[in-house]
Write a protein that binds this ligand. Sequence first.
Ligand code: ATP
Length: 293
Amino acid sequence: MNIEVRGLTKTFGPVSAVTDLSFEVAPGAVTGFLGPNGAGKTTTMRMMLGLVAPSSGTATFGGKRYADLPKPSATVGAVLDSAGFHPAHTARDHLRVYARMGRYGAARATRIADLTGVSAFGDRKTRTLSTGMRQRLNLATALLGDPQVLLLDEPSNGLDPEGIAWLRQFVRVLAAEGRAILVSSHVLGEVEHMADHVVVIRDGRLVTTGPIAGLYGTATVLIRSPQADLFAARLMENRIRVEHPQPDHLRIYGLSTAEVATAAASHSVTLHGITPEHPTLEQAFLHLTGGSR
Ligand SMILES: Nc1ncnc2c1ncn2[C@@H]1O[C@H](COP(=O)(O)OP(=O)(O)OP(=O)(O)O)[C@@H](O)[C@H]1O
């Protein structure tokens, strides 16, 4: 089931939380929803779920708004900031209550508890659960109806490294089964090994969207040479872009290391060093989002 967000906008008094935001989330893949704190991720997800009324724009699931879906919780599962738990209930009670409300049956609750690791703390009262356990219980609750769409707001929050590795693998499997999954984070590293696509926002506006590999900046080659000026002149004659970061260094765009070495030889330029440069995904992300975290 395809998710379509079209022109979503939300203002809270003088605050523009989200402005004319459009993107799509495809089924069978994980889409990372990235942006620094306050960028508008939570507000967008709340609008998608009809929890906040948009100032304008729409969000649809297979062409229908959340409120118009025949059985919303069986179509869209969501984990937003910690939902309320009844403090006297155990984790297992909580799942059973929600299973009963959705008419999914007790067997389904047990199966989901096993799948999500909730069984390991099923007998503990919800008030005694750690943040990571609450995250798992929220995820389990969202999965009761076997939804085709999952919206997860910062699901790694409070998970230990083992929990994060588990979540990554679990979410990938859920996507591989054909679900459309949107996972928000303000830290790229959290979704880097989970997401196939990304939607990056800043100040409530779209910065970029596409395959995660497309976030990587252009690879360049850095050379050191006593004839850097001469080499730069020759390369520029051939319309190759160069930068002079230091007097005897050149950064060359659009050529592989082998092509740079061949060009140097053909112009009789002596090289003292040649280094391929690949910007990291994190650098590209920080650049896109204005360096804030
Ligand atoms: N109910 C509200 N009333 C007023 N302003 C709000 C409200 N909800 C959100 N905002 C503002 O809207 C902007 C976007 O907030 P939002 O929580 O959507 O960002 P976010 O990307 O989810 O951030 P974080 O990563 O910190 O959760 C912020 O400036 C926030 O202060």
